[in-house]
Design a protein. Structure first.
Lengths: 261, 134
């Protein structure tokens, strides 16, 4: 039986990061899920407003949550930033009825509540690592550095996906796929995020430190769940031998469905 | 440079505005410096993150001229580590908003290499406009 899960791809998975979207759908199918794209979605805004007097910035993510609510009791995301923005908006509106009323008044939509989950949580909590391991056709025989970045983990009280300082969810996933996991000290360091549009040289420096650290620790590739991390870490690399920065779903696809390139 | 510290500044509208916008109590910070010790961008900043808080506590508006506000990537590493529960990225955002609402714009895509702009993922552009332009 196929479990259908409402799915919000977000702007980047529909464009630059199509590989992430495509591979996730293939992996979901192989595991008995169908990611059902929301009918009428738009960008989540790509930032969670950190001030209390910037409610305009909550409108876009609340519209997404409303669209998700029309589709079911939960919505799954892949992009770490969409996940972060939607889960924090959901948490904020659940604890602040006045803000909820204000946003609903503005949008004219009756958003009440919906659960926001990351695809990694479905893999851990519904598929399970042992079950996943049993379905691997082609074990990944690579040394892989799991890179979590920031927004998938922090702030812990609202995101709660994993330990914010010593996460293991990607480690366990990669081990289940047969890979050798490389621990490296920059696993939860920021890649520079939006600085890449404002101060690209600074975000390049951060990226180079992260990539160099993974390389020193013996990694053959870095694994991420975030399209912005993927870009920030891979784009500035000018070495002849680049360190690939792969979406976890691509490795899963190789392991579960077969080699694709 | 001499900086005058006064009770009037400490109780100024500027300080009130930062606290209201961020939802943070500035005086909760006791300047332990853990935020600065773990900040990934600190090397490029003209003020340490904890120094930004110190100037804000004292109501010194010149803090708005610091590049630190614009280099904070909101990665939230400091939030995880602050022993006093101060949400420093919210303070940074409050300071950025005060500056942006005075008409300062901090993003110029035309200043970036065209090949970078072409390659950027959408969310970087959307996020950049939301962070650095009002």
């Amino acid at each position: 039986m196929v479990t259908r899960i409402p799915y919000f791809p977000g702007c980047t998975l529909a464009t630059q990061a199509r590989e992430y979207d495509r591979s996730a759908r293939a992996v979901a199918q192989a595991l008995g899920f169908e990611l059902v794209e929301l009918l009428d979605w738009q960008c989540c805004g790509a930032t969670f407003p950190l001030s209390l007097d910037d409610s305009m910035a909550l409108i876009a993510p609340t519209r997404v949550l409303y669209q998700a609510q029309q589709a079911g009791e939960r919505v799954v995301t892949l992009c770490a930033i969409c996940f972060h923005v939607l889960r924090r908006t959901q948490a904020l509106l659940a604890r602040d009825p006045a803000m909820l009323e204000r946003i609903n008044w503005f949008t004219g939509q009756e958003y009440q509540g919906v659960r926001v989950v990351h695809f990694l949580e479905i893999l851990r909590d519904e598929v399970g690592w042992e079950n996943l391991r049993a379905r691997v056709q082609n074990p990944i025989s690579m040394r892989l550095a799991p890179y979590y970045g920031c927004l998938l983990l922090r702030p812990h009280d609202e995101i709660g996906l994993d330990d914010p300082e010593q996460p293991t969810i990607l480690h366990e996933l990669l081990r289940a796929l047969g890979a050798e996991v490389v621990d490296f000290p920059y696993s939860i360091e920021c890649c520079g995020s939006y600085l890449t549009v404002k101060e690209p040289r600074i975000s390049e420096t951060l990226a180079q430190e992260i990539v160099a650290s993974a390389r020193e620790c013996g990694a053959q590739a870095i694994v991420t769940a975030c399209p912005l991390c993927q870009f920030n870490l891979e784009y500035p690399q000018r070495e002849a031998r680049k360190m690939p920065v792969l979406y976890f779903t691509r490795l899963m696809e190789m392991a579960l469905v077969g080699a694709i390139d | 440079m001499r900086t005058r510290i006064s009770a009037a500044r400490i109780h100024s509208d500027f300080v009130r505005q930062i606290e209201e916008s961020s939802g943070q109590a500035l005086l909760a910070c006791n300047q332990c410096g853990r935020c600065s010790a773990g900040c990934p961008v600190v090397a490029a900043m003209d003020l340490l993150p904890n120094q930004v808080i110190r100037l804000a506590q004292l109501g010194i508006e010149e803090v708005l001229e610091s590049n630190t506000l614009w280099l904070c990537a909101s990665c939230l590493a400091c939030v995880t580590r602050c022993p006093k529960g101060v949400d420093l990225p919210r303070l940074m955002e409050a300071l950025r908003l005060i500056s942006l609402r005075r008409g300062v714009t901090r993003l110029d895509l035309n200043a970036l290499p065209p090949e970078l702009v072409k390659a950027l993922p959408q969310l970087a552009i959307v996020g950049g406009y939301r962070k650095y332009v009002k």
